[in-house]
Write a new protein. Structure first.
Length: 188
């Protein structure tokens, strides 16, 4: 039996095999065909980040196959339900696939750009000291004036930590050997 596709594209899903019975009462699709010019990426968002992800935000996507290439897309949909097994929420990122580099079932890394106008203080991640379930930094005022200050961390991305409270713009913090200074100052 010859089955003709209604349009050109790539077979991205095949639900029949040699020897399968094709019946009229089976309304499932035999094949899924896509032109793959626009692709969807389903990404996991951890529960702690749900409030920071919204429809319309920009997304930068990288793959293992093309480590130097960044694909740009937008969040098209945000799930309303968390996966009960791994406590993540699914988001759908839509992006153009003009060079046909993105393939079904590829592993990707997705970085979302938050478009809200909120600002925060950022410091090197090495400057943050975690002790007794709290985050601290050592603030440098002068050679003989160092203070330990508790901070509230929003998020750490790569080697930058974003601070919600506890620091002001322009405050200088110790980012090298801060733990030694913290131990000496906190012991007072």
């Amino acid at each position: 039996m010859i089955i003709r596709a209604p349009e050109t594209g790539y077979v991205v899903e095949k639900n029949v095999t040699t020897g399968s019975f094709i019946r009229q009462d089976n309304n499932g699709s035999m094949f899924t065909i896509s032109n793959m010019k626009d692709v969807w990426i389903w990404a996991n968002v951890f529960e702690s980040d749900i409030s920071k992800v919204k429809t319309g935000y920009s997304a930068k996507v990288t793959t293992l196959a093309y480590p130097g290439k960044v694909f740009e897309g937008k969040i098209d949909a945000v799930s309303s339900v968390l996966d009960p097994d791994n406590k993540v929420m699914k988001i759908k990122v839509v992006l153009p696939n003009t060079d046909m580099l993105l393939k079904p079932e590829m592993f990707t890394n997705v970085v979302i750009t938050n478009n809200d106008a909120a600002t925060s203080v950022s410091i090197p991640a090495k400057a943050v000291i975690f002790d007794s379930s709290k985050n601290f930094v050592v603030v440098y005022n002068s050679k003989c004036d160092l203070k330990v200050r508790e901070v509230s961390v929003i998020k750490t991305v790569d080697d930058i930590t974003y601070i919600a409270s506890g620091l002001n713009a322009g405050d200088r913090v110790i980012s090298k050997n801060g733990l030694l200074l913290y131990d000496a100052l906190a012991g007072d």
